[in-house]
Design a protein around this ligand. Sequence first.
Ligand code: EAX
Length: 324
Amino acid sequence: MKLGHIAAACLSLALGTSAFAQQPTVLKIGYATSKESHYGVGSTVFCEEIEKGTQGRYKCQHFANSALGGEREQIEAIQLGTQDLVNTSTGPVGNFVPEVKIVDIPFLFRDYDHARKVMDGPIGQDILTKFPSKGIIALAWTENGFRHMTNSKRDIVKPSDAAGLKMRTMENKVHMDGYRTFGILPTPMAFPELFGALQQGTVDGQENPIPVILSSKFSQVQKHLSLTGHVYSPALLLLSPKVWNKLSDADKKVFTEAAKKAAIAQRKKVNDDENNGIAQLEKDGMKVTRTVDGAAFREALKPAYVSYAKEFGADNIKKITDVK
Ligand code: EAX
């Protein structure tokens, strides 16, 4: 009898608690690739961390595989507040925040260490401060990875092999100007249309980091992979100001710390895919060209660097290349 009373009391307490507890705010997070991909891994860590750090007051609903549209559309939705979070490449971001464009210059970064050091250092962190005036909160630099070329026609060792190929690019003028010097015919297109365009032969090729080529199964529609590493593709975890402005200072800290952990996890997945993914793509039937004539690509790019220097300032470019 007594025990029954206690049990009943406990039950009513539990019910009472759940009835009065605040409903969690569910944030919509979107990204281009699968939940298992680098973007999914980083986003998952972010969401777990904010849920933990806010005692369950915030959690996420994931929209992987471009379910909320292309990256440009998702950034627009962040500005409008109809989407809460996006983990996106910088592809279209320079059209919103021009200060981002400088880090999209081909052959700017020597390797992953260099790129990550710049993004996490004063130069990268200063760029993040340019977002709020454009109606976007940039929580952290995550990562997409160094981009490599794939196509359905031939191996690419040097620019003359790439010349004449119709290649899908991101909606990014810095990339397009650079790639034209390789002789490529750049065709800007949103990512969700890309697989179909490759399948139908609307374009001959595309360029993306290994984690994207792997998770989007481009081996099914592209024969040749050349490890050109012609540009570093940074990524960002962006939040709508509509959410940010409602956060307490303590919650803001939770969100920024969570974004830093997300970046670490996402970069680790990029490393893993770089280390293991190329062999996998080969197994999946791709012909991989490992010895690319990087010097010839850099040489071809020289005229583009003249215009980059004009647009961004040669001294600003040097500040980045000087980071050791
Ligand atoms: O952000 O559009 C692209 O090629 C991006 O690299 C991809 O969607 C991941």
